[in-house]
Design a protein around this ligand. Sequence first.
Ligand code: PMV
Length: 319
Amino acid sequence: MNATGYAIAGPSLALIKYWGKKSASENTPATGSLAVTLAGLESRTKVAFDDRDSVLVNGEEQPASRFTPFLDSLRSELGLGDQGIAVSSRNNFPTAAGLASSSSGFAALAGAVAALAGRDEPPARLSALARLGSGSATRPVYGGFTVFDAGARAAEPERDETFWPDFRVILCVVREAAKATSSRAGMESSRQTSPYYGPWVESSPALLAQAREALGDRDWNRLGPLIRQSYLRMFGTMFSAEPPLIYWQPESLGLIQALEALRREGFTAWETMDAGPQVKVFCPAAEAEALTAELDRRVPGLRFLTAAPGPGLRTWRVE
Ligand code: PMV
């Protein structure tokens, strides 16, 4: 029987953002990121050798052009010659809408192909392989909190998923549809056209260093404002690009303003956003339920998911 490789990965949500590439050919980041791997949200991927490449995501056939370069890199790195690979992947959360499905999807694909190749690769190597698909995919190879440094080829574990049991994320799903501009294209346009791109890159090491310290102390009051500065500076480079890149929807801003008010009312809740309209809110576990109820009341009609820090990439092979 044909061997099969399997992998499961959770999405990696950045507290401090990666936006812009140091090297496009190497796919290394211009800014270091600090992220958390989420529990309960999953990309599950199954791969097998076949006559030609094919990719199904949530049961739908994908254009091969999007995946062939990554599969070619994996084949050459893992010594698989020119064998075709049939990929089937499922996400149990909205795909390509800024819920970090490319991080979990590419990490799971790298892990599943390595398992299929019968290679017991160390996590640092799997992280470097995942980078060839998507920069953010380096991070969920590890569970808990991870850092992907500027210019690095792989992410590193920072704090494991048991480090901060009180840590939660509320994902506010503003739109379920896939985004119009990929993060890859958006980053490149920010780099080429935004006058704020240079200052964004230059100011990001200090944000990352301070955030690592605040995380080490589990200090919401120091970490929160850094999370907010990071995503708003990142969006500054998008708003000021030519043409401007605006991922936000009215509800996104509604949530940002509701959170501003809720902080004044005593909640500990700090939002971030990625290349899409969704708003993700970091908060203590004890506040998650009341906070979700308040957000639902103030910005009605959205879907909310809550997640805790979760485990890293799991892979296995079936003969
Ligand atoms: O590596 P990509 O293409 O998934 O880019 C990730 C970019 C952001 O999600 C906006 C930020 C981040 O650090 O995850």
